[in-house]
Design a protein around this ligand. Structure first.
Ligand code: KIV
Ligand code: NA
Length: 277
């Protein structure tokens, strides 16, 4: 299997082959996802909710994101590893945004960073691109904007709002973005943006016409402890698998059925007698 690059994704768009992407936040899941042959692994700031237990993505820090990015980096041989820039790490000053992004590349081993926002991020995307940092844009339902949006709501539902999304997408592409995540928008809007862009779109809750799809790993396997959104398809039930395993262990330990004789170490035969005496 060849290393996946943004050229690979571009070729996939051109030839109409779907791009596959998933999040991963640690070594074990990143290995499984990479070995399955997924094209792009995102260390998403959704980890704030699904592995750190926060209510929103806002509290997670650059250092916390880096910790997870390094674990994923150590696991992945083929997929592109991209890291989410967390809230506050690129919203204040351009220089700060570039410096934080460089940390994801240098300390985290990321091959790209993802930032949320449209026309308001154009200068930053230009600066990052100039600093040799591939940028993935993210438009539509952008979770870091939860308070401004007044909740997690599908975006681009009027022709005016859809037009803003298209203009944002074109502005990000023009600024140098190598791919754009389209989240939580009508299928028709995502299809139109995908058609108009040269760079690939990767959809989540944006219908089947994007150049690729991404989901949160924990949603895929029922480990996110929340009512799944309309766009989630659950492909496995890790919660029930893990529960069964923990229940079984608890049961066996309480009944002294674990560990058994063959799961125990023993003294050599010659010395055993001294202990049995
Ligand atoms: O943080 C995340 O998981 C994401 C993807 C779902 C696009 O941003
Ligand atoms: Na994210």
């Amino acid at each position: 299997r060849a290393k996946v690059t943004f050229h690979t994704l571009q070729e996939k768009k051109q030839s109409g082959r779907p791009i596959t992407a998933l999040t991963a936040y640690d070594y074990a899941t990143a290995r499984l996802v990479d070995e399955a042959g997924i094209d792009l692994i995102l260390v998403g700031d959704s980890l704030a909710q699904v592995v750190l237990g926060y209510d929103t993505t806002l509290p997670v820090t650059v250092d916390e994101m880096l910790h997870h990015t390094r674990a994923v980096r150590r696991a992945v041989k083929h997929a592109i590893v991209a890291a989410d820039m967390p809230y506050g790490s690129y919203h204040v000053k351009l220089d700060e945004g570039v410096a934080n992004a460089a940390r994801f590349m240098k300390e985290g081993g990321a091959e790209a960073v993802k930032i949320e926002g449209g026309a308001n991020r154009v200068q930053l995307v230009e600066r990052l691109t100039d600093a040799e940092i591939p940028v993935i844009g993210h438009l539509g339902l952008t979770p870091q904007s939860v308070h401004r949006m007044g909740g997690y709501k599908v975006q681009g539902k009027t022709t005016a709002a859809a037009d803003v999304l298209l203009k944002d997408a074109l502005a990000l592409e023009e600024a140098g973005a190598v791919a754009i995540v389209l989240e939580g928008m009508p299928r028709e809007v995502a299809q139109h943006i995908t058609h108009r862009l040269n760079v690939p779109t990767i959809g989540i809750g944006a219908g089947p016409d994007c150049d690729g799809q991404i989901l949160v790993f924990h949603d895929l396997v029922n480990l996110s402890f929340s009512k799944p959104a309309k766009f989630v398809r659950q492909y496995g039930d890790a919660a029930s698998l893990f529960r069964t395993a923990v229940d079984g262990y608890l049961h066996d330990v309480e009944r002294r059925e674990f560990p058994n004789e063959s799961e125990s170490y023993h003294l050599p035969k010659e010395t055993r007698a001294a202990f049995e005496a």
